[in-house]
Design a protein around this ligand. Structure first.
Ligand code: ARG
Length: 462
């Protein structure tokens, strides 16, 4: 061992230990202890390979594996001890191993550096996070499908500019979020596939002269293959950035849905009622029932953008290969992961339990001259009027109805004929919201029949 006060694992060339603040700024154990399972898995794969390649003696391999098993049981039972002087999870494990099995522990780090070790641990962790995100998104999608099916022909207003535009079906509206969530899911799958390469064996930066078998360690850890370039292996964190960019887009979608729930739950809308389990009261206003969970999803979903930026800013301009800056890569990723899983669970719970107030939605859908486009389309179809002229005629009908304080169907036959002779009473067939949504059968349109087909198609894909 080196001088008593310097680091036992790397202190050989030092004569004094670190300043207390140096030790504090250097330590990452408070954050990276979360990688302990991955770290043990990486060490197992590495030491097994070292034995198989006759790089270290078989009895030392056995002792190290036994020691790692003990450490696993200890951490499982009591958590990972946080000793600042031991810096990080890698040195925490190795120090404990030495206490348990003695000098043989010193052979574990043969042909390995903490640089490839941490890159491997972190990739394993993020790859698993991608799988978890896919599963959480699948549960969210399944909840949406159930509600979309239940409300394939429930009618609500569709909005543009948050102004009533045309009637749509609630099933169709919910299926819009399904499409977003499917793309979000595929982004995690895609990122997971791209990061499926094992950095272990890149060593500090240049590879190693020991006859290691990187294909064996990659396979043992469930990676598709080893990474191809040792410098790249220890110096890039694009896999973590990709994960957080996928989180950011999923969060962006969740925030829009959260916002709609908040608007829909407000009294002037009254489209939805959140169950007690997903509402909170006010400490002063006894009547209140607030959509706090949706508001918090709206707020928290901004964190992903910040987390992505935090790491992107750390990485920007870093020279190859490893720099200690990269030690700060984990916290944003862990924050993003925890926030995404909380937000997705909350949104899935709300989707499952929301009550949709069909009468309020239908009444709103019928207001705001929402079938004006149907009237214009009818003129084009039935009377051969060019669409621009039909648009103008319909605009005049809307103006008259507005002046009379009625909806389009409230205009008399004489009113309609007065606007344009081609507006015969037969037009009334297309003025109902039911007729409007049922007619929208173009591929991807809002008709109930389309919604049911879209649900079946997604179920087939899941
Ligand atoms: N705790 C470090 C990290 O997370 C491990 C790698 C340290 N490498 C080094 N050369 N100091 O990045």
């Amino acid at each position: 061992m080196s001088s008593s006060s310097s680091n036992p694992l790397w202190g050989g060339r030092f004569s004094a230990g670190p300043d207390a603040v140096m030790a504090e700024i250097n330590a990452s154990i408070g954050t990276d202890k979360r990688l302990w399972r991955q770290d043990l898995a990486g060490s197992r794969a590495h030491v097994t390979m070292l034995g198989a390649q006759s790089i270290i003696p078989a009895d030392d391999v056995a002792a190290i594996l036994a020691g790692l098993a003990t450490i696993e049981a200890e951490y499982e039972a009591d958590g990972v001890p946080e000793v600042i002087a031991l810096e990080d999870i890698h040195m925490t494990v190795e120090t404990r191993l030495k206490e348990l099995i003695g000098p043989a522990a010193g052979r574990l780090h043969t042909a390995r550096s903490r640089n490839d070790q941490v890159a491997t641990d972190f990739r394993l962790w993020v790859r698993q996070a991608c799988i978890e995100a896919e599963a959480a998104l699948t549960a969210f999608i399944e909840a949406l499908l159930v509600r979309a099916e239940e409300h394939a022909d429930t009618i609500l207003p569709g909005f543009t500019h948050l102004q009533i535009a045309q009637p749509v079906t609630l099933g169709h509206h919910l299926m819009a979020y399904v499409e977003m969530a499917l793309r979000d899911r595929s982004r995690f799958a895609d990122a997971g596939r791209r990061m499926d390469e094992c950095p272990l064996g890149a060593a500090a930066l240049a590879g190693t002269g020991f006859p290691i078998d990187r294909h064996a360690t990659a396979a043992a850890l469930g990676f598709a293959r080893p990474t191809a370039n040792s410098l790249d292996s220890v110096s890039d964190r694009d896999f973590a950035l990709e994960y957080m960019s996928a989180c950011a887009l999923a969060g962006l979608h969740l925030s829009r849905m959260a916002e709609e729930i908040i608007i829909w739950a407000s009294q002037p809308y009254g489209f939805v009622t959140l169950p007690d389990a997903w509402s909170t009261g006010s400490s002063i206003m006894p009547q209140k029932r607030n959509p706090d969970a949706a508001e918090l999803v709206r707020a928290k979903s901004g964190l992903f953008l910040a987390a992505f930026q935090r790491l992107a800013i750390i990485m920007k301009g870093l020279p190859l290969a490893y720099s200690k800056d990269m030690q700060d890569d984990k916290r944003p990723v862990f924050n993003a992961h925890d926030t995404l899983s909380l937000c997705l669970t909350a949104m899935t719970g709300m989707v499952e339990t929301l009550t949709f107030n069909k009468a309020r939605m239908r009444a709103a859908a019928a207001s705001g001259f929402s079938t004006a486009t149907d009237l214009a389309d009818w003129l084009v179809r039935e009377a051969g009027v060019p669409f621009r002229d039909a648009h103008d005629i319909t605009g005049r009908a809307v103006r008259m109805a507005e002046a009379k304080g009625t909806d389009l169907d409230g205009l008399s036959d004489a009113d309609l004929a007065g606007i344009d002779a081609r507006l015969t009473p037969a037009v009334r067939n297309v003025l109902s919201v039911e007729a409007s949504v049922a007619s929208r059968t173009s591929f991807g349109g809002t008709a109930p029949a389309n919604v049911r087909a879209a649900i079946a198609a997604v179920r087939g894909r899941l």
